[in-house]
Design a protein around this ligand. Structure first.
Ligand code: ATP
Length: 485
């Protein structure tokens, strides 16, 4: 007996008219459905859903998926890309993830989040979808005495360490391979660097009795761009210049220039030169190296010091005009062993000593200083900012001032009215229109030269704004009177 090969639904629909009835019913349903969808779901949301569905179906080609394995270690050495991904991925955690690690540790105010091996993390970069997974590998047994740098836990039982060697797998469609390698991975690394820089305590490094090494301590200077009383246009131009410098890493590489910038801060004492350096360091999250040229006796020692500075740092030389007399000095007691000193600067270096004259080993010269800024020796690192300060710009050697060495000359001068408003607001919590005495102070500031440091000190004398401003006005009148006599 022949069996019916069709589903009962098809066998029960006998006539052509029945098919038309089904078609009519289906069309009516679709019309009602479309009208209801159009009425209930806003156009923007509809377009979004459609674009997401299109992206999903056009990208979903499982056969073409590439997997990159990023292990915690590479040949026994730390794999920086692993740690970069570890910091980067928590920034991509979405609210609907089901499985996450959470933690709270000392010195951190916020709850920490991390992905675990059960949760796939999705990321999107320039329209490309990528997927990340954490892979936890079973611990390898390593000898307790081995010099393995992998972080491990000590296993009391068999006197061996069990290493934890985790990894990430990054998956994406093969057609995006180039973009992932050339753009996405550098993006993960640079995000990691920015996160680290943001979380870290800044350091100030000072010279250790001139032997070519630095000692460091935490840098907690309170000044910031908000607290600085500078004319708003000047403040903006400094911030814009720093931002431009940061954005242009690739341009510097393309044109073959070391990625560094030099600022000369000049003006009378107490106008905020040191405060501006602190504000720039905080803004950039760069460490500060306080280079005291008075302690430098040879170009070789200077180069060793430069080699000891880290990337993303500010090298400060204060009162550069006073250093004229320290240049062209020799260290009479220095028995410089060239090979030894050069090894200190370039560990493992075997070749000649380029850029060094015999005299450079014992003498500190202007050309040595210039060489460190933009000559052969400036290749010691990247992302450096040089800041020189002086009270007398006219006394500074013109060779130091030319663009490329000091790219921006920033004049910090006596307090003017716009900058005073910032001080008044910061010190006394008063805004211009809210205090009758402000106008009087401003009129006096136009007639007398007084530094922000002196005015700040007067504003600190009393918490009562009226008393503090009265005292300041009296002081400014006195100066005016002295000037007129
Ligand atoms: N522009 C400013 N804005 C806010 N506060 C300032 C400013 N200038 C000076 N001050 C105050 O005066 C103090 C001394 O200023 P700072 O040391 O920055 O001046 P300086 O120009 O570096 O002086 P010097 O040339 O003597 O080293 C600061 O701690 C700060 O309180």
């Amino acid at each position: 007996m022949a069996t019916n090969r069709f589903h009962p639904f098809f066998t029960n629909v006998g006539s052509v008219s029945s098919w038309f009835e089904i078609y009519a019913a289906f069309s009516t349903f679709m019309m009602i459905f479309r009208t209801a969808t159009n009425d209930l779901i806003p156009l923007k949301l509809r377009n979004f859903i459609i674009s997401k569905l299109q992206d999903f179906f056009s990208d979903y080609r499982p056969g073409n998926e590439v997997s990159l394995h990023i292990d915690q270690t590479w040949d026994g050495k730390t794999n920086n890309l692993f740690y970069a991904a570890k910091e980067y991925l928590p920034t991509k955690i979405s609210n609907n993830y089901k499985s996450l690690k959470v933690g709270m540790i000392s010195n951190h105010n916020n709850l920490l989040l991390a992905i675990d091996e059960k949760q796939q993390v999705l990321d999107e970069f320039e329209g490309i979808q990528v997927k990340w997974m954490l892979i936890q590998k079973p611990g390898k047994e390593v000898s307790q005495s081995s010099n393995n740098p992998v972080k491990g836990v000590y296993d009391q039982g068999n006197k061996q360490k069990k290493s934890e060697d985790n990894g990430f797998v990054l998956r994406f469609d093969e057609k995006h391979r180039n973009k992932i390698m050339e753009k996405y991975i550098p993006h993960v690394l640079s995000t990691y660097e920015a996160i680290r820089a943001g979380n870290r305590t800044l350091k100030i490094h000072s010279m250790r009795d001139g032997n070519g090494f630095w000692k460091s301590s935490d840098f907690n200077h309170p000044a910031s761009f908000d607290s600085l009383a500078l004319h708003p246009d000047l403040k903006k131009s400094v911030i814009d210049d720093i931002d431009r410098f940061l954005r242009r890493k690739k341009l510097y590489q393309k044109v073959g220039k070391p990625w560094k910038r030099g600022y000369l801060l000049y003006g009378p004492p107490g106008t905020g030169k040191s405060s501006l350096i602190a504000a720039i360091a905080k803004y950039l999250k760069f460490d500060v190296y306080d280079l005291d040229l008075g302690l430098v006796y040879s170009n070789l020692q200077l180069m060793t010091l430069m080699r000891g500075t880290s990337n993303r740092s500010i090298i400060v030389v204060e009162d550069i005009d006073c250093n004229k007399e320290v240049l062209n000095r020799s260290d009479p007691g220095a028995q410089v062993n060239m090979a030894q000193a050069y090894q200190g600067a370039y560990p493992g270096y075997q070749g000649a000593y380029p850029g060094f004259e015999q005299a450079d080993r014992k003498t500190f010269t202007m050309s040595g200083l210039l060489n460190c800024m933009d000559g052969l020796w400036s290749s010691f690192g990247d992302e450096r900012i040089f800041i020189f300060t002086t009270n007398h710009k006219d006394k500074v050697d013109s060779a130091l001032l030319r663009p490329g060495r000091m790219d921006m000359h920033i004049h910090l001068s006596f307090l003017e009215t716009k900058a005073f408003k910032i001080l008044a607001s910061n010190y006394l919590d008063i805004e211009e229109q809210h205090h009758s005495l402000i106008e009087q102070v401003e009129e006096l500031l136009e007639k007398v030269d007084v530094t922000p440091a002196v005015v700040a000190e007067h504003l600190l004398r009393n918490e009562d704004a009226k008393v503090a401003l009265d005292g300041l006005i009296e002081f400014l009148y006195e100066i005016l009177k002295e000037n007129q006599e």
